[in-house]
Design a protein around this ligand. Structure first.
Ligand code: ASP
Length: 611
């Protein structure tokens, strides 16, 4: 099947059953050993490696050419597949029982000495060099295998959707801004000077419009672009599995995603056990209160516990003050860390501060019923033991407690929980743990602009029983206050997390103009602003829109998790650095004056950086 006019076998095909066959192989020289009369070449393509031996006695011409060959040359060799001599087999190679005795060799391309070793998968190479010479890094086995796995993931996604009646539809890259909470990349229009297109942060509006068109089940492997600061799980352009379905509620979408995710996971990572089926579902509140995270990692325990009741009667002023102001006191037990040193605890306190807490309270249980800690003297040993027990601690555990605003207290502990589990290596890393988190608050208060912002997707609907909450105390949705009933409305939003990473999120949408417009007003969009920004979708909803909902899953994150990578750069063929540069193509780069003129643009010179 892989036969071409350059080869009849790949470098993985020469096996014992091919012995005696005439073969022509083409590939890169992985290694060359010159033993005088015999020259050995390990020939590599993406399928495998075959040892080629060129004997001066068989063909002096081929031997002379082989003498000039170097690593990474591209060559074509022809000869006979032969069984290796006894004792010369290489069990580490799938083709290690045979070699190709070549009588012809043709150099298809010469190569300079590469800037790093290509034939050693373990070789440590500086990442900026790997990125500059990405095409060479992609020759190396680990990255090559991940890119192949990524292709398998996308294929499995496509197969699953086609089987279930989804239609793959492409949507444009040059669009009008769709807010997803990040900055847009914009593209100036040459034909309409002074106007710009936005590159899509997601195909959100288009997929909803496809539902209005009656497409019913849409999906796309979609490119999304967001101009935001980069982290390990973020790049300025990334790929989503984007889908939308009509005549569904939140449960229907979640059921499909779950069914699909299982099929896809088994296709790509058949050896990785899936922790829970069906995927556990937590309300947002439950996830925050139990794990301090809206993307909980449940591969390990160390759950959070509400210590409020005990804390209110503890006699410790900090607890009482925080609770008096509507804050919360939570704690969890770090398994087996009761022997923590002062230094370790200082370090954890520093981490808690960085995560936003005012401080960290600790209690350490030894093996003999003793307890020490920052508040033992103040609250007494009995209360300290009670707090520790309530936090789920057993002998030998360390209890970490945070008193702070609701959500902040839990999230700080959530950060510590993840950090400690990771450091203590307290769980099976081969596990895949998918979980759902749903019923997020629809809005969060934007104090700077005195308005409600969408917590997730501005097109989301609220739970049917919360629709009556979409009001403000002033009676005017454009005049909002922190106490508005709208602040209590829960969205029909569902996020899917995998091993503590947010893998995707989606929602059931408002599908009437009236409700969507009401929600936009609460987000501070005047009728004029709505007309300017969202007239397309608002108008479309006047022409018969079906109830619909959808979701998007990050393809880069998904394959990173399935291949055990902590940075999505490791699963992208051509990623950017954390400052958004493509080191291979040297982008972004200055642009010619004529090109700017044509667009009617003038770029401001870069502000000098003060440091
Ligand atoms: N458009 C959303 C996103 O890109 C996903 C969705 O709600 O379908 O995150």
């Amino acid at each position: 099947m892989l036969q071409t006019s350059y080869r009849n076998l790949t470098c993985a095909d020469a096996r014992l059953d091919a012995v005696g066959q005439q073969a022509t192989l083409a590939g890169w020289v992985n290694r060359r050993r010159d033993l005088g009369q015999l020259i050995f070449l390990d020939l590599r393509d993406r399928y495998g490696i075959t040892q080629v031996v060129i004997d001066n006695a068989d063909s002096a011409g081929a031997h002379a050419i082989a003498e000039s060959v170097r690593s990474e040359y591209v060559v074509r060799v022809s000869g006979t597949v032969t069984k290796r001599l006894k004792g010369m087999e290489n069990d580490r190679l799938e083709t290690g029982q045979v070699e190709l005795r070549a009588t012809e060799i043709e150099i298809l391309s010469t190569a300079q000495t590469p800037p790093f070793v290509i034939n050693d998968p373990e070789a440590e190479v500086d990442e900026s060099i790997r990125l500059k010479y990405r095409y060479l890094d992609l020759r190396r086995k680990p990255l090559q295998q991940r890119i192949v796995a990524r292709g398998q993931l996308v294929k499995a996604i496509r197969d699953a959707h086609h089987t279930a009646g989804f239609i793959e539809i492409e949507t444009p890259l040059l669009i009008k801004s769709t807010p997803e909470g990040a900055r847009d990349f914009i593209v100036p229009s040459r034909l309409q000077p002074g106007s710009v297109y936005a590159l899509p942060q997601s195909p959100q509006q288009m997929k909803q419009l496809l539902m209005v068109s009656g497409f019913d089940r849409y999906y796309q492997i979609a490119r999304c672009l967001r101009d935001e600061d980069l982290r390990g799980d973020r790049q300025p352009e990334f790929t989503q599995l984007d889908l939308e379905m009509s005549f569904v509620n939140d449960g229907d979408v979640m059921a499909w995603v779950e069914e699909m995710a299982l099929v896809v996971t088994r296709a790509v990572a058949p050896d990785r056990p899936i922790l829970d089926e069906p995927f556990p579902r937590f309300t947002y509140r439950e996830a925050i209160d139990r794990y301090g995270s809206d993307k909980p990692d449940v591969r390990y325990g160390m759950e959070l516990h509400d210590l409020g009741e005990l804390a209110s009667a503890s006699g410790f002023r900090v607890f009482e003050n925080v609770l008096g102001e509507g804050g919360r006191v939570f704690g969890f037990a770090a398994t087996g860390m009761g022997g923590a040193t002062r230094k370790q605890i200082d370090e954890l306190t520093e981490l808690a501060r960085k995560a936003g807490a005012g401080g960290l309270v600790w209690l350490a249980l030894d093996g003999e019923g003793g307890i020490r800690g920052s508040i033992v003297k103040i609250v007494g040993e009995e209360m300290a033991h009670k707090l520790a027990a309530q936090a789920g601690a057993a002998a030998g555990d360390l209890v970490l407690i945070v008193a702070d605003a609701d959500i902040t207290a839990q999230e700080v502990l959530g950060t510590l929980r993840v950090e400690l589990a990771d450091r203590n290596d307290a769980f099976d890393r081969s596990l895949l743990s998918y979980v759902w988190v749903h019923q997020f608050p629809m809005y969060h208060w934007n104090a700077d602009n005195s308005r409600w912002d969408a917590t997730h997707n501005p097109f989301s609907a609220v739970l049917p029983e919360d629709e009556a909450l979409l009001t403000t105390l002033s009676g005017n949705p454009l005049v909002a206050s922190h106490e508005d009933p709208a602040g209590r409305a829960r969205a029909q939003q569902y996020d899917i997390a995998l091993n503590g990473w947010e893998l995707g999120g989606g929602s059931v949408r408002f599908h009437t103009r009236e409700m969507l417009s009401k929600s936009f007003s609460l987000m501070g969009h005047s009728p004029e602003a709505q007309e300017a920004q969202f007239s397309g979708i608002l108008e479309a909803f006047e022409y018969g829109a079906p109830p619909h909902g959808g979701i998007a899953l990050g393809v880069d994150r998904w394959i990173a998790l399935l291949t055990d990578q902590s940075n999505i750069r490791e699963v992208m063929a051509f990623p950017k650095t954390s400052s958004g540069s493509d080191l291979m193509l040297d982008a972004p780069s200055p642009v010619a004056a004529e090109q700017l003129d044509e667009l009617g643009l003038a770029l401001k010179p870069r502000k000098p950086t003060t440091s």
